[in-house]
Design a protein around this ligand. Structure first.
Ligand SMILES: CC(=O)N[C@H]1[C@@H](OP(=O)(O)OP(=O)(O)OC[C@H]2O[C@@H](n3ccc(=O)[nH]c3=O)[C@H](O)[C@@H]2O)O[C@H](CO)[C@@H](O)[C@@H]1O
Ligand SMILES: C=C(OP(=O)(O)O)C(=O)O
Length: 420
């Protein structure tokens, strides 16, 4: 079990450069198997999810090589392989192999995915999408079995009952090589979906409307890569460093940021009273003064991201008064709360509303557990402000999505230690 050891009373100062987006990368890697050529990505984050996706590729005889942010994938010798378990269970996005294998072979066997334990995460909309395209879907033995008839998949119009990133991407992956036209209505609009569409279109796909609520896909028979795809910066990693810098910084420059992807988050920081200096592709966060409490309500993009509701908590704990967080996507995303209470934070939850009272001046180090990725990183934020040592257990969860943690924090004058 990996532990993160954090000495308290360390303030952040210096620079950090944001890496490629986890949630793009984990869709792009499964998407690569749709290609009839080798594929190359750069700005690939060095996170555990990438390593686990590479293991899954290997099971299908797809070789991959990752070095210094560049990932090469060779799907030209791919073998049709059932994926009922193993590394599939180590991350959420392994469910993208359902859409990708269906698009490639017209059939797929994929185990139920893992990923962050943030409350119920059904995949009924993914299945509804596959069925609309003509697939037969059966769930048994903790896996999803998807088949098609002799004619394979055919384009269809699909209206999602709710906005789902995963279902939108999975249907895109299945439809991109299907016969005919697919229209996804009530599609998710996240930047990572646009990134995936850019990658596929550059290989010859016909996807229009990604980033809006209606995506139109004309199926094509082949996809060929001609250039390296550069992954967009991770808006959640950026938001995390911005929050920790505002809560506990002496002047931090966060580089490689697409500020348009962070609009609701930046607006909230400004409302709190953080005096941000927003530049072309970076944001400078000076030392904060007189922080005000706010209410945060999460919603799908372009709303305030659920993945940033925990990382903003260290900052809200520094504001003068009562803040509230309402996570409409994952009301049970509260794994951080009992752990933060152990450290002396005034944070509670009742009837789906998280209440935070600040300013907290007397946090103390403790042994806590990173129940999931964003819970873990927000505990790290508190640990840096606390008195004494904090040991964050199950730190693997943080490393699922935050690359080169030790090195990046060292660039911010913070020493962290990992113990395996
Ligand atoms: C790998 C990846 O990109 N993960 C992100 C993705 O997860 P993920 O794609 O799993 O999240 P969704 O956008 O699908 O989920 C949104 C909401 O819809 C519900 N739902 C979803 C699908 C479905 O078939 N039925 C259903 O009821 C979910 O329970 C949730 O309440 O978007 C989430 C919401 O922005 C983020 O927190 C995750 O970081
Ligand atoms: C919930 C998250 O990830 P995943 O969907 O991969 O579990 C996240 O990145 O905050």
């Amino acid at each position: 079990m990996t532990k993160l050891l954090v000495k308290g009373k360390q303030r952040l100062s210096g620079e950090v450069t944001i890496g490629g987006a986890k949630n793009s990368t984990v869709a792009l890697i499964p998407a690569a198997i749709l290609a009839d050529t080798k594929v190359k990505f750069d700005s690939v984050p060095d996170i555990l999810d990438v390593r686990n996706l590479m293991l899954i590729l290997e099971e299908m005889n797809v070789s991959s090589h990752f070095d210094n942010g560049v990932l090469e994938v060779d799907p030209t010798q791919i073998a049709k392989t059932p994926l009922p378990g193993g590394a599939i269970q180590s991350l959420r996005a392994s469910y993208y192999f359902m859409g990708a294998l269906l698009g490639k072979f017209g059939e797929a066997v994929v185990g139920f995915p893992g990923g962050d334990n943030i409350g119920p995460r059904p995949i009924d909309q993914h299945i509804k999408g596959f069925e609309a395209l003509g697939a037969h879907v059966e769930e048994k033995d903790n896996a999803v079995y998807i088949t098609t008839g002799p004619d394979g998949l055919r384009g269809a119009t699909i209206f999602f009952d709710l906005v789902s990133v995963g279902a939108t991407i999975n249907v895109m992956l299945a439809a991109v090589r299907a016969k005919g036209t697919t229209i996804i209505e009530n599609a998710a609009k996240e930047p990572e979906i646009v990134d995936l569409a850019t990658f596929l279109n550059n290989m010859g796909a016909h996807i229009r409307g990604a980033g809006t609520g209606i995506i139109r896909i004309e199926g094509v028979s082949t996809l060929k890569s001609h250039n390296t795809h550069t992954i967009i910066p991770d808006r959640i990693e950026a938001g995390t460093y911005l929050s920790l810098a505002a809560a506990n910084g002496e002047g931090v420059l966060v580089k490689n940021v697409i500020t348009e992807h962070l609009e609701p988050f930046i607006a909230k920081l400004i409302e709190i009273g953080v005096d941000l200096d927003i530049r072309e592709d970076s944001i400078y966060v000076p030392k904060s003064h007189n922080l005000k409490p706010v209410t945060v309500t999460t919603s799908p993009f372009p709303g305030f991201a659920t993945d940033l509701q925990q990382p903003i908590t260290p900052l809200l704990l520094q504001a003068q008064g009562n803040s509230m967080i309402i996570d409409t996507l994952y009301p049970e995303r509260i794994k951080h709360i009992p752990e933060m209470q152990k450290m002396g934070a005034q944070i509670t939850t009742q009837d789906g509303i998280i209440k935070i009272t600040g300013p907290t001046t007397d946090l103390t180090g403790a042994v806590v557990e990173a129940g999931e990725i964003r819970a873990g990183v927000s505990l790290l934020g508190l640990a840096l402000m606390a008195d004494g040592m904090t040991v964050i257990e199950q730190a693997d969860n943080i490393l699922r999505g935050y690359e080169r943690l030790i090195e990046k924090f060292a660039g911010l004058s913070v020493t962290l230690e990992i113990e395996d």
